[in-house]
Structure formats: structure tokens, C-alpha cells
Design a protein around this ligand. Structure first.
Ligand SMILES: Cc1cc2nc3c(=O)[nH]c(=O)nc-3n(C[C@H](O)[C@H](O)[C@H](O)COP(=O)(O)OP(=O)(O)OC[C@H]3O[C@@H](n4cnc5c(N)ncnc54)[C@H](O)[C@@H]3O)c2cc1C
Length: 131
């Protein structure tokens, strides 16, 4: 658990550095925004998913108990995230949503393809033969 907490902290520091790198790119007009974006999207989405898994591990069995208020009205207004029939806490809701973050906005696998082919100049992945 201690190792995983340190790894999570390291990832936060890497995201901080990546943020500065993107800012520097914008300020210097070096136009690497798309490639940096692909790296950042892949990294933060995987880091967030791992840190939410760690958060539930820290809670242990308690993580399985739904501790949200189930305020459906608040959910409709975008203020809370648990529903009356599934009253997840904010942390539990973040855990579930983190599962989708490596998919939406381009999956982590596709971001890796972009980085490999366009940033590192690796050969393009083979295309399947057309029938
Ligand atoms: C919560 C959520 C919100 C979303 N919101 C929006 C939205 O607001 N607007 C919108 O337009 N879309 C939205 N999407 C759709 C999202 O952009 C797509 O789900 C995403 O781009 C992946 O495409 P796909 O589902 O067609 O998966 P597929 O392309 O079918 O991929 C399936 C799997 O195969 C892998 N894969 C596919 N091709 C390759 C390859 N060449 N190399 C290696 N691996 C590969 C993928 O990584 C993935 O694991 C949302 C999705 C989710 C889950």
C-alpha cells in the first residue's frame, strides 16, 4: 500500500511536469500541442484510474458500502452524483467514472499509436488486408 501511495504521488509530480511542458510549448509556439495532449491524456487517465483503485483498496471492505446521500435532485442539478436507488459517495462515483476515462476522448491504446507513430516515428501498425 505504501509503495502504491508513493507511485501515485510520483504520477502527480509527472503530471505537474507534463503540464509545465505543455505550457512551455504554448508559450514558445513550438506546436507540439497535439502530441503532448496525446501523452497527457494517456497518462492522466491511466493515473487517475490507478489512484481510484488505490483509494478503494485503502478503504478495504468499507469501499463496498454505498455511503452517498442518494440525493437524486442534487444529481439532476449536477451537484451530487449518487442516485436514490444507487447512493454512491463522491469517491465511489469517481472510481466508476475513472473506468471510462481511458476510453472517452480516444482510448489509451489509440493515444499510444499516435505517440508511437507521430512522435517517435515508429512504423505504422499493419492494416488488415481488404477482401
Ligand atoms: C463515458 C463516455 C463518454 C463519451 N462521450 C463522448 C462524447 O461526448 N462525444 C463523442 O463523440 N464520443 C463520446 N464517447 C465515445 C468515445 O469517444 C469512444 O468510445 C472511444 O473513442 C472509443 O471508440 P469505440 O468505443 O468505438 O472503441 P473501438 O474503437 O471499437 O475500440 C475498442 C477497443 O479496441 C482498441 N483498439 C481499437 N483500435 C485499435 C488500434 N488501431 N490499435 C490498438 N487498439 C485498438 C481500443 O483501444 C479499445 O480498447 C464516450 C465514451 C464513453 C465511454
Amino acid at each position: 500500500m505504501r509503495n502504491d501511495l508513493v507511485k501515485a504521488w510520483e504520477k502527480v509530480k509527472i503530471m505537474e511536469i507534463n503540464g509545465y511542458r505543455s505550457l512551455t510549448d504554448s508559450l514558445n509556439n513550438t506546436h507540439n500541442t497535439a502530441l503532448l495532449g496525446a501523452c497527457n491524456k494517456m497518462f492522466w487517465s491511466e493515473a487517475h484510474r490507478a489512484s481510484m483503485e488505490l483509494a478503494l483498496d485503502v478503504l478495504g471492505m468499507e469501499a463496498q458500502i454505498l455511503t452517498g446521500t442518494g440525493d437524486s435532485e442534487g444529481m439532476l442539478q449536477g451537484l451530487t452524483r449518487g442516485r436514490a436507488d444507487y447512493p454512491v459517495s463522491e469517491l465511489q462515483a469517481s472510481f466508476f467514472f475513472s473506468r471510462s476515462e481511458t476510453i472517452w476522448g480516444g482510448t489509451a491504446e489509440i493515444q499510444r499509436n499516435i505517440i508511437g507513430e507521430r512522435a517517435l516515428g515508429l512504423p505504422k501498425e499493419p492494416k488488415p488486408l481488404k477482401a
